[in-house]
Design a binder for this molecule. Structure first.
Ligand SMILES: Cc1cc2nc3c(=O)[nH]c(=O)nc-3n(C[C@H](O)[C@H](O)[C@H](O)COP(=O)(O)OP(=O)(O)OC[C@H]3O[C@@H](n4cnc5c(N)ncnc54)[C@H](O)[C@@H]3O)c2cc1C
Length: 598
C-alpha cells in the first residue's frame, strides 16, 4: 500500500506499545514479550543507536567483588548523592534489586570485564562509600571496559529479537491518544515512508530518554530531545524536577563528548593551570571521586578565579598518563580514542582538556516505583494515569533526586524497565479487550505534521536550526552550573520570546519521505516546551540543592524546598506545583537530611 500523498492512517493493535528502544524500553519489552504479550517498540532511530549505546563507565550494584559492600550502603550513597530529594522507597527498591539484575544481564550475554578470580570487575565511581560500614571508598560499578552501555543495549536487542518483540524502527511518536484520562495508544509518523500510524494499546510506556539537547554543550546524542516529557505536557499532565540537569565535570573542552568518571575511578585526577590537584581543597576525603555536582562546581570556581587553562582560561586538565598505556588501552580504550579524535590528545602522553558539560536529565515524567505515571490532580500524589507508564531517563521515579550518581542510570533503566513490565502484566490481566476508541483520535497527530508540511509562504522563514541554536545558547548562558535570580529571570524572558517565534518557523522541505527537517521541527517543539519548564522551575527554586546551585541562595533549604517541582503548560504558560519527597523507604529506616560532605 502506498501512503505517499495521503493522510491515511494505518491502525495497529498491540497489547503494549513502548516508545523508545534504549535500555529501559528494551528491558521492559523483554519482560512483556517473554510472557507472550504482543509488544510494539516504536523508535525514532534504529534500536542500537539509542543513547544507551554511549554509556561508558558502568552500572552500580553492591556485589562486593572488589571491596566489601551492601545494598544498604548503596542506598545511603544514592540518597546522599540526590541531596535528599530522591524518593527513598524507589531508591531502596533499586539498590536491593541491583545485584540480582547484574547477574541476570550476565546470563543474558553482557560481556562484563573480569577480575583475576573470574568474578565481575567493579570500579570505584563518584559518591560511592562504605560510610555505613567500615568506611572508605567502595568499588561498585560493574563495567564492560568503557563500553558498558553498548554491551547492555546490544544484548537487550538480541534478547528481544529472540522473543519476537515487534519493532517499528524510524517511527516518530507524535501524540498520545488520551480518552477520559486513560491512555489508549500513540500516533506515530513513519519517517522513511512518510506515513501515519495509529498504535492502539492497552498500555503505553514512554521510554524516550533524556533532554540534554536543550543545552548548547552536552554529552547527549542529537536524539535526546525529551520527546516523552513533551508528549506528557501536551496531554495536560506534568513533568517533575526538570530544573535539575546534571553537568558532568569532564566533557571534552569546547566540544562536549564525555570522558567517563571511570577515568578518575581508575586513578586519573584533575589539575588546574598551576598544576595543582585542586579537588583536594574541595573534597578532602573523596577528592576527584566526590559526586558530580561537587566536582563540576569546583571546576567552575577554578575557572572563575582565573586558574583555568588555555588562552581563554576556560578549562582544566584531566591527567591520566601516569596510569600507563597498558592500563589505559585495556580499561579505557574508548576514552583513548575519544580524546584523540575530539581533542587531538594522546592521553597516554598528555592530559585531556575538560570542562563541565550538560549530561543527564534528573527530572522527567513523574512515576511511582512501578513505572505508573502520576497525575497529582487535586494534590493526590498517588493518582495513577490509567494505561500510561514511563521509565528510564525520561521518567522521574525519582531515584536521582537533585543529583544522579554515576553508574546509577544504567541500573535504573534495567531495574525499572523490569518492574514496569511486571506492573503492566498485572494491568493486562484486567484488560482482555481493546476498547472502542474515538474514530477521530488520530487528528491531532496528523495536524501536528501537517502544520509543517502544508504551510504557506516558506520564503520568510526563520530556520529551525537558528531558533534551536538560540534556545540552546540561552539555556547554556542563563541556566548553567551556577545560577542567580538576575540571570535566570533574564533567561526566562529571552526564552519566552523565542518560544513566541515558534509560530513563525517554516520548513523548506515539504517532502514526506525521510524529511529530516520535519523531524527537527517536531523535536524543536518538544525541546522548547522542556526548556520552558526547566527555566521556570529553576527560577522558582530559591535554594542550592544538587545540580541546582545558586549564588544568591548558596544553602540547601529543607524547611521550604524539600519537595519536588511539578511543571505543566496551561494556556501556553508554565504552571508550577509541588509535591512532598517520599522519605519513607520500603523496609528500612529513613535517612533524614544532613549536611553533605565528601
Ligand atoms: C555519553 C554518555 C555516557 C553515559 N554513561 C553512563 C554510565 O557509564 N553509567 C550510567 O549508569 N549511565 C550513563 N549514562 C546515562 C545512561 O546511559 C542513560 O541515562 C540511559 O542509557 C538512558 O536510557 P533510556 O532507555 O532511558 O533512553 P535512551 O537510551 O536515550 O533511548 C531513548 C529511546 O527513545 C526513542 N525515542 C525518543 N523520542 C522518540 C519519539 N518521539 N518517537 C519514537 N522514539 C523516540 C529513541 O529512538 C531511543 O530508542 C551516560 C549517558 C551518556 C549521554
Amino acid at each position: 500500500m502506498s501512503y505517499l500523498s495521503t493522510d491515511q492512517v494505518e491502525h495497529h493493535f498491540h497489547d503494549v506499545v513502548i516508545v523508545g528502544a534504549g535500555g529501559a524500553g528494551l528491558r521492559c519489552a523483554l519482560q512483556l514479550a517473554e510472557e507472550g504479550y504482543r509488544v510494539a517498540v516504536v523508535t525514532k532511530v534504529l534500536p542500537t543507536r539509542s543513547h544507551t549505546v554511549a554509556a561508558q563507565g558502568g552500572m552500580n550494584a553492591a556485589l562486593g567483588n572488589v571491596t566489601s559492600d551492601h545494598w544498604h550502603w548503596h542506598m545511603y550513597d544514592t540518597i546522599k548523592g540526590s541531596d535528599y530529594l530522591g524518593d527513598q522507597d524507589a531508591i531502596e527498591y533499586m539498590c536491593r534489586a541491583a545485584p540480582q539484575l547484574v547477574k541476570e544481564l550476565e546470563h543474558q550475554g553482557v560481556p562484563f570485564s573480569r577480575l583475576e578470580n573470574g568474578k565481575i570487575y567493579q570500579r570505584p565511581f563518584g559518591g560511592q562509600s562504605r560510610e555505613l560500614g567500615e568506611g572508605g571508598q567502595a568499588s561498585r560499578t560493574c563495567a564492560a571496559a568503557d563500553r558498558t552501555g553498548h554491551a547492555i543495549l546490544h544484548t537487550m536487542y538480541q534478547q528481544n529479537l529472540k522473543v519476537g518483540t515487534h519493532f517499528y524502527e524510524e517511527f516518530f511518536a507524535l501524540d498520545l491518544i488520551m480518552e477520559d484520562g486513560v491512555c489508549q495508544g500513540v500516533m506515530a509518523w513513519d519517517i522513511a515512508q512518510g506515513a501515519y500510524h495509529l498504535f492502539q494499546a492497552k498500555a503505553v510506556i514512554l521510554a524516550t530518554g533524556g533532554a540534554g539537547r536543550i543545552f548548547q554543550t552536552t554529552t547527549n546524542a542529537h536524539i535526546c530531545t525529551g520527546d516523552g516529557g513533551a508528549l506528557t505536557l501536551d496531554a495536560g499532565l506534568s513533568v517533575e524536577d526538570m530544573e535539575f540537569f546534571q553537568f558532568h565535570p569532564t566533557g571534552i573542552a569546547h566540544v562536549g563528548p564525555l570522558i567517563t568518571e571511570a577515568v578518575r575511578g581508575e586513578g586519573g585526577y584533575l589539575i588546574n593551570a598551576e598544576g595543582e590537584r585542586f579537588m583536594e581543597r574541595y573534597a578532602p576525603t573523596a577528592k576527584d571521586l566526590a559526586s558530580r555536582d561537587v566536582v563540576s562546581r569546583a571546576i567552575a570556581i577554578e575557572i572563575k578565579e582565573g586558574r583555568g587553562c588555555g588562552s581563554n582560561k576556560d578549562y582544566v586538565l584531566l591527567k591520566v598518563d601516569h596510569l600507563g598505556a597498558e592500563l589505559i588501552l585495556e580499561k579505557l580504550p574508548n576514552i583513548h580514542e575519544l580524546a584523540l579524535r575530539f581533542a587531538g590528545v594522546d592521553c597516554t602522553q598528555e592530559p585531556i582538556p575538560v570542562q563541565p558539560t550538560t549530561h543527564y536529565t534528573m527530572g522527567g515524567v513523574p512515576t511511582n516505583r512501578f513505572g505508573e505515571v502520576i497525575d497529582s490532580k487535586d494534590g493526590n500524589h498517588d493518582l495513577v494515569v490509567s494505561g500510561l507508564y514511563a521509565i528510564g531517563e525520561g521518567a522521574c521515579v525519582s531515584v536521582h533526586g537533585a543529583n544522579r550518581l554515576g553508574g546509577n542510570s544504567l541500573l535504573e533503566i534495567i531495574v525499572f524497565g523490569r518492574a514496569c513490565g511486571n506492573q503492566v502484566i498485572e494491568h493486562l490481566k484486567q484488560q482482555p479487550y481493546h476498547p472502542q476508541i474515538d474514530a477521530n483520535c488520530w487528528q491531532d497527530g496528523v495536524a501536528r505534521v501537517n502544520r509543517w508540511l502544508k504551510q504557506k509562504d516558506a520564503s520568510e522563514s526563520i530556520k529551525i536550526s537558528a531558533l534551536r541554536a538560540d534556545m540552546q545558547k540561552v539555556m547554556q548562558t542563563y541556566f548553567s552550573v551556577y545560577r542567580t535570580h538576575a540571570m535566570m529571570s533574564e533567561g526566562v524572558q529571552k526564552l519566552e520570546a523565542l518560544a513566541q517565534q515558534m509560530s513563525n518557523l517554516k520548513i523548506t522541505d515539504r517532502n514526506r519521505i525521510f524529511n529530516s527537517e520535519l523531524i527537527e521541527a517536531l523535536e524543536l517543539e518538544n525541546l522548547m516546551d522542556l526548556a520552558r519548564v526547566t527555566a521556570a522551575g529553576a527560577l522558582a527554586r530559591q535554594e542550592s540543592r544538587g545540580a541546582h546551585a545558586r549564588d544568591d541562595y548558596p544553602e540547601r533549604d529543607d524547611t521550604h524546598w524539600l519537595k519536588h517541582t511539578l511543571a505543566s503548560i496551561k494556556d501556553d504558560s508554565v504552571t508550577l506545583q509541588y509535591k512532598p519527597v517520599r522519605m519513607q523507604p520500603m523496609t528500612v529506616a529513613s535517612f533524614p537530611p544532613k549536611k553533605r560532605v565528601y
